[in-house]
Design a binder for this molecule. Structure first.
Ligand code: HEM
Length: 186
């Protein structure tokens, strides 16, 4: 009998509607160490007003990167300045922000890795119901989830380095983002 057949069976527990395997199957446990997870949380917390920054990045995504997403979020007829106030678009920004807040807190503060993984799986499952995402993925091989995540990875960095900052502009309905020229002194 091979060693693998003698190995103890991995225990699975049912949480909510899905089966969650043991910790070794959890990518947050398998691919990140405690320091990585703490760093993720601390990095997220370093953002000055993350909800606002998430909103601005989503504005760029639907206006400049993937305008096809406008319709899904109900902003296809709205001018850019009014989009943040539209219920579906504004609601998604809030949910995205809350998702990041909860996820990074579970990873870096409470160390609830099972909860973190469940949250990601639950969110993934709820998006399968979005016919738009599935159709594009299957027929056009266009993964909007991946596109959104990559834009966020790229666009959050200048806010962390201080290259981009939010500036309140009372004459406009929203804040403006200012690009700073950073001088590196030796
Ligand atoms: C990393 C990328 C994304 C994250 C983290 C995210 C997160 C969330 C969360 C937390 C919710 C609310 C709870 C839930 O239904 O699970 C939600 C709902 C929703 N998401 Fe996303 N989302 C992402 C990308 C997208 C994309 C690319 C689309 C484009 C179709 C989309 C469309 C929707 C829609 C239509 C809802 C339904 C609720 C509503 O009307 O706001 N999401 N999303």
């Amino acid at each position: 009998m091979g060693a693998s057949l003698c190995a103890p069976k991995k225990k699975k527990t049912q949480v909510g509607a899905s089966w969650v395997g043991n910790e070794s199957e959890n990518p947050f446990d398998a691919t990140l160490n405690k320091k990585d997870r703490t760093l993720l949380r601390e990095t997220w917390q370093r953002l000055d007003d993350p909800k606002d920054i998430v909103g601005h990045i989503f504005l760029d995504i639907v206006n400049d990167v993937e305008p096809d997403l406008k319709k899904v979020f109900g902003v296809d007829r709205a001018p850019r300045a009014a989009m943040l106030k539209m219920p579906k678009f504004g609601g998604h920004i809030l949910r995205f922000y809350e998702f990041m807040e909860q996820l990074t807190s579970m990873l870096g503060t409470s160390e609830n890795l099972t909860g973190a993984w469940q949250l990601v799986r639950k969110t993934g499952r709820s998006h399968v119901k979005q016919g738009f995402l599935e159709q594009n993925q299957n027929q056009m091989e266009k993964n909007y989830f991946e596109i959104v995540i990559n834009v966020f990875i790229e666009r959050l960095i200048p806010f962390l380095t201080g290259e981009q900052v939010r500036v309140m502009d009372r004459s406009r309905s929203d804040d403006i983002i200012v690009h700073l020229q950073i001088e590196i002194k030796n």
